[in-house]
Design a protein around this ligand. Structure first.
Ligand code: DX5
Ligand code: ZN
Length: 216
């Protein structure tokens, strides 16, 4: 099993001081910074775009893990790579030519991942999985932070782990001290957490709890 990594989602941070909030979780041991990009079309919410990512790049000494929840990712990947994304993950739903997007991201010198909504079967990525650096399994329906973890995803985590070998398998949504050990046990090794970390008084304690809770 690859080592457990924690990717705090800035969606739950104080947007009026984003740079500072990123430095704080990096200092507390974050392995990546998860940036949720929403377009008000693929999901019923709008967040941030490439200029904000570019402004945040200098505040992070760890990789920027950019999660695109947008309808037309192919048209925007170049802007996000230029903004400083280290890994770009796009949602597989509604994408006609996913290999083209994966190739484009890699040709731009960036790592590439695919994301699946809770209701999307892992069969949908069977014929692309060899071309990805990471798979992201949504454990809530995307659009908002602070939602309840959907336990059906645990079986999918186990199935996707067997497809991925030791590459990264990220889980996103409703991760806290109760659900973290479940997803790690099922086979996940990258945990996204927004509310759990940013609502905690000590980011250090929150990140360490998520990282080590599966070891017990
Ligand atoms: C939801 C986003 C998540 C969100 C997770 O659409 O993709 O990254 O920030 O938030 P929590 O950890 O609060 O469930
Ligand atoms: Zn996300």
């Amino acid at each position: 099993m690859p080592t457990v990594k924690i990717s705090p989602s800035i969606l739950a941070s104080d947007f009026s001081r984003l740079g500072e909030q990123i430095r704080e979780v990096v200092d507390a041991g974050a392995d990546m910074i998860h940036i949720d990009v929403m377009d008000g079309h693929f999901v019923p919410n709008i967040t941030i775009g490439p200029p904000v990512v570019a402004a945040l790049r200098q505040h992070s000494s760890v990789p920027l893990d950019v999660h695109l929840m947008i309808s037309d990712p192919a048209s925007y990947v170049e802007d996000f790579v230029n903004a400083g994304a280290d890994i770009i993950t796009f949602q597989i739903e509604g994408i006609n030519h996913p290999h083209r997007i994966l190739t484009k991201i890699k040709e731009l010198g960036c790592q590439a991942g695919v994301a699946l909504n809770p209701g999307t079967p892992e069969d949908d990525i069977e014929y692309l999985v060899d071309n990805v650096d990471m798979v992201l399994l949504m454990s809530v329906n995307p659009g908002f932070g602070g939602q309840r973890f959907i336990p059906d995803v645990l079986r999918k985590i186990t199935n996707v782990r067997s497809m991925l070998g030791d590459r990264d398998l990220e889980v996103d949504g409703g991760i806290d001290e109760r659900t973290a050990p479940l997803v790690i046990k099922a086979g996940a090794n990258v945990l996204v957490a927004g509310s759990y970390i940013y609502r905690h008084d000590s980011y250090l304690e929150a990140i360490e709890t998520l990282r080590t809770t599966g070891e017990q």
